[in-house]
Design a protein. Structure first.
Length: 468
């Protein structure tokens, strides 16, 4: 895997190791930066500067706002804001034309931006507050649909009866028509939006698919688990029209006996549903307050027979492939860590934490790395770590430099570098996503700012398209 031009010098002086790192900009790679030494300061609430709120480690990077909540509201389009994860139509007709995000609010929806025309629409929207809540996940499936899911579930030893924690599939994401206010019971009739109930309930955020077709997801909780859904259908059949979510088995990751939190080492996948998706004996099947029967992932995998290894607020996940071998990265917000799973060897280890070297200083990053939340991977395989912090104070994106792609940041010249920082007050970065069709373009959301005007920011490297 080709890395960007990189120069690291390490000098030993009196037993002290001093590291200086410069990632030289050649105008083609997002990893070409001079690491920022500090976070961005605040910009005025509601000012025009909110349209370009990011400070980068490369001054050549350009940014522009491609969608914002205030504009949508002014046009009479339903929009509750809190833009979260981002996806594009990575396959099929007009590949790469559309950008999707979701509203992580008490009245959730799905937003689509046409990158050719600039038009932004809400293509699905829950008609009443509390109907569908906290959409966080936003992912394009290998077979050409969009999935989202609710980051809302409850801890209850006998099983939760919450109506939330669901995963949904929008089966016609390109054709679903845009909505206008007022939104009523029939407004979504032309959007094929389905609760895929074979996936057990949990507090969803990150979702990824491996090349075999397994889907990975998490439970965002202090003590949350990592899960794998294996469809009963082969991907080749799904491409031909079979329903991936019609049936499948869900398993939980377990290291050892599952009783050691934050454990690393060899792991196993412990199933708690059968191949059809029904709960195994001893697992929890619940009926929610709206009469829907589902398997409860969180509360099942706290039971001894199905005990999963607990991690502290696992949030986003990201697959990276190195020489055909797949690695799944997992951010855990409370412990300020990123883990990596070698999906072939079935081992989990720490990839980054507060002991990781800050490439701007040559010293452990310490508290400068705070609450990692989202993850992204660029065209050259670099992992980016997005913090859940305070815009205008300490909300940063870190570039992880793993020079030999061995799944750790312990070798000479390796570490993390502050890649970008957000100046919008009251907000956080969400959903960093690198364009799969253009290595010089990415997007990130500015979520829940004090101004109330969420934005999607497009980030580009000048020089025109550079298609992979």
């Amino acid at each position: 895997m080709r890395l960007s031009r990189y120069d690291a010098s390490i000098a030993a002086i009196g037993g002290m190791v001093l590291a200086s790192t410069i990632l030289y900009a050649n105008g083609t790679r997002f990893s070409d930066i001079n690491p920022l030494v500090a976070s961005a300061g605040p910009i005025a609430v509601g000012s025009t500067a909110e349209a370009t709120p990011i400070r980068f480690g490369n001054e050549d990077f350009e940014q522009r706002s491609v969608a914002d909540r205030a504009t949508q509201i002014a046009l009479g389009i339903p929009n509750t804001g809190s833009f979260d994860m981002i996806a594009t139509n990575e396959t099929g007709p007009h590949k790469g034309r559309y950008l999707f995000t979701v509203f992580e609010t008490g009245q959730s929806g799905v937003q689509r931006t046409d990158l050719w025309t600039g038009q932004t629409d809400t293509v699905w929207y829950t008609p009443a507050a509390g109907g569908h809540v906290s959409f966080d996940a936003c992912y394009w499936t290998p077979w050409g649909t969009l999935i989202t899911a609710e980051e809302s579930w409850e801890t209850a030893a006998a099983g939760s009866t919450s109506p939330y924690g669901r995963l949904f599939e929008l089966k016609n994401p390109l054709d679903a028509p845009g909505l206008v206010n007022p939104v009523g019971a029939g407004s979504n009739v032309n959007a094929d939006f389905v609760h895929q109930n074979a996936v057990p309930r949990t507090s969803h955020e990150g979702i990824q698919f491996d090349k075999a077709g397994n889907m990975y997801f998490i439970d965002e909780l202090n003590g949350g688990n990592i899960y794998r859904f294996t469809s009963a259908a082969r991907l080749t059949d799904v491409y031909a029209g079979a329903d991936y979510f019609a049936a499948g088995q869900t398993s939980v990751l377990r290291v050892g006996d599952g009783n050691t939190p934050n454990a690393t080492g060899a792991y196993a996948w412990v199933p708690f549903t059968d191949a059809g998706g029904a709960a195994l004996p001893g697992a929890l099947t619940i009926t929610d307050t709206r009469g829907v029967t589902s398997v409860d992932a969180r509360n099942t995998t706290d039971r001894p027979a199905f005990k999963g290894t607990d991690y502290q607020r696992p949030e986003d996940i990201q697959i990276k492939t190195v020489n055909g071998r797949e690695y799944l990265f997992v951010a855990t917000t409370t412990t300020h860590e990123v883990y990596v799973l070698d999906l072939t060897a079935q081992r989990i280890s720490v990839f980054a934490n507060r002991n990781t070297i800050d490439l701007a200083t040559g010293q452990p990053v310490g508290t400068a790395l705070n609450s990692p939340d989202n993850l992204a991977v660029d065209a050259d395989g670099f992992i980016y770590i997005v913090e859940d912090r305070n815009g205008g104070q300490d909300d940063d994106i870190w570039l992880a430099v793993d020079l030999n792609n061995d799944g750790d940041l312990l070798d000479a010249g390796e570490g993390i570098a502050r890649w970008a920082s957000n100046g919008t007050q009251g907000s956080e970065f969400t959903g960093l996503f690198f364009d799969p069709t253009n290595k010089r373009r990415a997007w990130v959301n500015i979520q829940h700012p004090n101004s109330g005007n969420d934005r999607t920011i497009e980030i580009t490297i000048p020089g025109g398209q550079n298609i992979r």
